[in-house]
Design a protein around this ligand. Structure first.
Ligand code: ADP
Ligand code: ZN
Ligand code: ZN
Length: 736
């Protein structure tokens, strides 16, 4: 009898023992069905348990496995190692990690052969047996007759004759037929995938990048492709991928948000006549599983997906590309909080394949990894084709009369660009009409009951909305505190600017792109097509428009109000600001027209702005990297954040304080450890729950990992409250 250790999708950081049937050999990485706490669950075999002592079995009342679902492992050996490592590094239950890595239908028990055809074939014996010998089993008899007529039958023929699988298995057990799996014909894309068409004439930097990477594209080699916006990074990806496909290997491409990168996807489709699959949130479970299976069998050449697509199995892995590698969406922010970019590098290492991280604004962490020689950097510092560098200017708005947040200087500039038949893009990271609704009499402010957050006024929908919990209310017609009818909107959102602009420019089309106007990728596509028709128009958008779009007719870009980032308490705010500024301004003048960027600010002399505008992102980033070194901040040190939340704020603080005492105690010999907190989280109250965190910092990642490993069981056990309080470990957090 053998005992196996099984990972189950439960929030407990341990494995569970079950008895495996004697006559079958357990396969690590395969699924089994078990009963756990009176519930049927699907688990994954992680290891064999060596103790076969009967007393032990009786002692622990170990149960039998109910069903075996797979004959083979769901994971390749490198994917398996990656997931084991990830569970360990992020201190996440292995069961949660493994189940996150497979499609929902597999988590629910669907067969990995569900899309295979089963063919029943007549045997020699089946051909010779007398039909009458089956007269006691009339349906079996009918099935055998059918097999005699056509020696191979498949599912739909069976269905037409009301013959079940059970009947066929009965014939099978009598040796009258055999069963054969038949794969859908494996698409042979590798012979003929290159579309003859004209490729652009590469510039020098592109040639160097492509040749350098190609020279080492048969082994692990991590690259940062640092290319300013519109420098032609995609063309580099395309030509590198071509070389991978030539060897019949697959390319896995991660993008921050699939809806926003339709254009990239289309470029790949236009270049290669090979199966390209997308993994995005709009797929249903069946489609998702189908893509996963195709990738596993090597039937698709290119898989493009968001964060979790990183775990797609690849029959013939060839390369991983992470586009916009700095993007914060690569960090998972609930469940087990992994950084997909870091895991992708680990995967590339285990698969022994190259990985390219591309960005116009690389993450400080990535630049650090370049500086210590872990990654190598290739630069594209010129715009591709005839695109010129943009002209940048700061507009000092101190004392200016603003109309809907727009200064007179900016309004004039908008007029000029529209007059020249060009398009204008205005960036404001605040949707809705106004961020506050205030009583002019008594200063009451409308606030969400569930969160520590003010309501945003949405005038088109006549609603107050909480942007933390999405709670909605109708707009009151008088102040609930003093009953006076004098409620006024304060501050400016995209809706309001849209209003103001249509007054200022009545004959110009105004297009607003934010979460409220874009509901799905089709609506975004419609907007983009509309814009790309090229008539003069004004685009207003939030974060949504900053990523990856190519609007050839936009010549003026303006950021209306980004001062907040200069004074944030989060040490990463400046990095994010610089990335945002650079990405947004990169939308200006992407074709051969001169682009102009105008930044409205109350602080035109801010040293940070000066470096960024005069010297560009890379100088800026290097300055930040040095600053962080002096301040002993990541990436020079490591962070682990213990987060906790509960309806009762006091309980959360108590729990984190006890954890801190415990950790301080264990690490009392260490001079370099540093704690901060418990402190309120940025979203301090959300959905009625109070959120706090405790920050732990140390120069050695290894030390921190060991400390947490040693203390976690104590934190879980010694503090009974932690079972009630929701407790989350965030390794390498990127927000507070
Ligand atoms: P990035 O991703 O670096 O911002 P893109 O890859 O979107 O830039 O390229 C911007 C534009 O330049 C695209 O329209 C692309 O087709 C074009 N392009 C790329 N390389 C060249 C080249 N060598 N010559 C001319 N145009 C190019
Ligand atoms: Zn009032
Ligand atoms: Zn709320």
């Amino acid at each position: 009898m053998s005992i196996v250790q099984i990972a189950l999708p439960v929030p407990l950081n341990r494995l569970f023992n079950y008895i495996y049937p004697e006559d079958v050999k357990p396969v690590i990485g395969s699924r089994v069905r078990v009963t756990f706490c009176n519930r049927q669950m699907i688990g994954i075999i992680v290891s064999l348990y060596e103790n076969n002592n009967l007393d032990y079995l009786q002692d622990k009342k170990i149960r039998n496995i109910e069903d075996i679902l797979d004959e083979e492992s769901l994971f390749s050996s490198s994917l398996w190692k990656l997931l084991q490592w990830a569970a360990d590094y992020y201190h996440a239950p292995l069961g949660a990690v493994l189940s996150h890595a497979i499609p929902v239908l597999l988590r629910q028990g669907k067969s990995i052969n569900y899309d295979l055809k089963w063919l029943w074939k007549l045997t020699e014996k089946g051909n010779l047996t007398r039909i009458e010998s089956l007269k006691n089993a009339p349906i079996q008899q009918k099935a055998l007759k059918l097999l005699r007529q056509r020696p191979i039958i498949c599912d739909n023929i069976k269905k037409n004759h009301d013959i079940t699988n059970k009947i066929m298995h009965n014939l099978h057990s009598k040796g009258l037929c055999t069963l054969k799996k038949n794969y859908f014909s494996l698409q042979n894309w590798s012979d003929n995938f290159i579309i003859k068409g004209e490729k652009p004439k590469l510039n020098k930097e592109q040639i160097i990048a492509i040749n350098t990477i190609r020279k080492e594209d048969k082994k692990y080699s991590p690259w940062l492709l640092a290319g300013i916006t519109s420098s032609g990074k995609t063309e580099v990806y395309l030509q590198i991928v071509e070389n991978i496909l030539i060897r019949s290997k697959q390319a896995l491409i991660l993008v921050p948000e699939i809806g926003l990168t339709i254009q990239t996807v289309n470029v790949f489709r236009e270049r290669f006549n090979a199966p390209i699959d997308l993994l995005h949130s709009a797929l249903n479970n069946k489609e998702r599983l189908a893509v996963w299976l195709r990738a596993r069998r090597g039937e698709n050449a290119i898989i493009i997906g968001t964060r979790s697509a990183l775990f797609t199995p690849l029959a013939r892995p060839g390369i991983i590309i992470i586009d916009e590698e700095h993007d914060s969406s690569y960090k998972q922010q609930d469940g087990w909080r992994y950084q997909a970019r870091d895991l992708a590098v680990y995967r590339a290492y285990k698969e022994n394949i190259p990985i390219i991280m591309g960005s116009a604004t690389p993450a400080i962490e990535t630049l650090y990894n370049v500086s210590i020689g872990k990654y190598r950097q290739l630069n594209l510092l010129h715009r591709a084709g005839n695109a010129k560098l943009v002209i940048q200017q700061v507009i000092d708005i101190k004392g200016a009369t603003l109309i809907g947040g727009l200064s007179p200087v900016l309004i004039n500039k908008i007029k000029c660009h529209l007059h020249a038949k060009n398009q204008v893009l205005l960036f404001l990271n605040r949707r809705g009409f106004a961020p506050l609704l205030l009583c002019h009499e008594c200063s009451w402010i409308a606030e969400c009951q569930n969160c520590d957050h003010k309501y945003t006024l949405h005038r088109y929908k006549s609603q107050l909305r909480c942007h933390y919990c999405n709670h909605k209310e109708i707009i009151p017609n008088m102040c609930p505190r003093c009953n006076v009818k004098n409620l006024i909107p304060v501050g400016i959102g995209t809706e309001q600017i849209e209003d103001k602009l249509s007054n200022l420019f009545p004959s110009i089309k105004i297009i607003r792109i934010d979460q409220d106007t874009i509901r799905n990728k089709d609506s975004l596509k419609k907007y983009i097509d509309n814009i790309n028709r090229g008539e003069p128009c004004i685009l207003i958008g939030t974060q949504m428009i900053t990523k990856g779009h190519h609007f050839p007719n936009v010549t003026l870009v303006s950021l209306l109000n980004v001062d907040g980032a200069l004074f944030s308490s989060d040490f990463r705010a400046t990095e994010r600001f610089a990335q945002l500024y650079t990405q947004v301004s990169g939308r200006a003048g992407r074709a051969d027209k001169q682009g102009e960027v105008l930044l409205q600010t109350y602080y035109p002399k801010h040293p940070l702005l000066k470096t960024l505008l005069n010297k560009g992102y890379f100088s800026f980033a290097n300055q930040i990297l040095l600053e962080r070194k002096t301040l002993l901040l990541p990436p020079w040190t490591s962070h682990i954040l213990l987060r906790a939340e509960d309806y009762d704020s006091k309980k959360v603080v108590e729990m984190l304080q006890k954890s801190r005492d415990l950790l301080e105690n264990i690490s009392s010999q260490d001079k370099f450890i540093w704690f901060m907190g418990p402190s309120p989280s940025l979203q301090h109250k959300k959905n009625k729950r109070w959120r706090w965190h405790l920050l732990i910092q140390h120069p050695s990642r290894k030390y921190l990992q060991q400390l947490i490993k040693r203390s976690l069981p104590l934190i879980y056990d010694l503090v009974p409250e932690s079972r009630k309080v929701k407790f989350i470990i965030d390794i390498d957090p990127n927000e507070f």
